[in-house]
Design a protein around this ligand. Structure first.
Ligand code: NAD
Length: 250
């Protein structure tokens, strides 16, 4: 049985990835900062390892990997999905952005990816596994006042090709760039909300709808499979075509 670690796996996209991999027969471990969401996951599926970890804090990540090594045993790890991070892209006007807030975005996304990769590589080497980093289309295009998030996601795209070159042939490394993904139905029960989209929300996507966490989970499942065995160092935009739509303003 294959084993995966998903950071930020207790809600949203990470939760859908966890659910998809469980459905496909994987053992799944989750590191997440939200204890309530973790408890829900643990109750729903006691076979999962659900660890409270802030991915931006080195000591917590180390504690998480200690628990993971005990839990996984000799099986090691076949897949790391580094997905955790502050999902809100708006950091406000650049001249008002504090260094502490800038660092919050970088720590949760970039430092978290670094610490999770560093911890996972010895375990992945045993099984010849793979890594998927969760970037964003905001690594390539922007709304105003999203510099901290865009910089963090751009860093993940760059880390992907650097890691692929360093870690091959043993480990394949790719990143996914989701577009607009509606995570309301995938939050913990106390924060769950139904998706509500207008015609204009749907129409700006050439596929005719807003994305779902299951769309990203399917891409991750493919990247983790042998069908993607010749794929490394790549970035995959999964945005329903929103990013290729040309806009002429009136
Ligand atoms: P979400 O808020 O629904 O879920 C994120 C999960 O990560 C939560 O369970 C949260 O508790 C956890 N988390 C946050 N910071 C953490 C930390 N420091 N350490 C450990 N866990 C932490 O968010 P989401 O929309 O599912 O986003 C998941 C990833 O996908 C993020 O990296 C986000 O930037 C990226 N992404 C999301 C979208 C989108 O439209 N939803 C688009 C592009 C990229």
């Amino acid at each position: 049985m294959k084993t995966a670690l998903i950071t930020g796996g207790a809600q949203g996209i990470g939760r859908a990835v966890a659910q998809r991999l469980r459905h496909d027969g994987w053992r799944v471990a989750i590191f997440d900062i939200d204890p309530e969401a973790l408890e829900e996951m643990r109750e729903a599926d006691p076979a999962m390892l659900c660890m409270p970890v802030d991915m931006g804090v080195e000591s917590q990540v180390q504690r998480g990997f200690d628990a993971l090594r005990d839990w996984a045993g000799d099986a090691g790890l076949d897949l790391l999905v580094s997905n955790a991070g502050i999902a809100d892209p708006v950091s406000g006007p650049i001249e008002d952005l504090s260094l502490a807030d800038w660092r919050r975005w970088q720590d949760s996304h970039v430092t978290g990816a670094f610490l999770s990769v560093r911890g996972a590589v010895p375990l992945l080497r045993r099984s010849g596994g793979g890594i998927v980093l969760m970037a964003s289309t905001r690594a390539l295009q922007s709304e105003p006042q999203t510099e901290a998030y865009a910089a963090a996601k751009g860093a993940l795209v760059a880390m992907t090709h650097a890691l692929a070159v360093s870690l091959g042939p043993a480990i394949r490394v790719n990143c996914v760039l989701p577009g607009w993904i509606e995570t309301g139905p995938w939050q913990k029960a106390s924060a769950r909300r139904e998706a509500q989209h207008s015609d204009s929300d749907r129409d700006q996507h050439p596929v005719g709808r807003v994305g779902r966490p299951e769309d990203i989970a399917g891409t991750v499942a493919w990247l983790a499979s042998d069908d993607a065995g010749f794929v490394t160092g790549q970035r995959f935009v999964v945005d329903g075509g929103m990013g290729v739509r040309m806009i002429y303003q009136d």
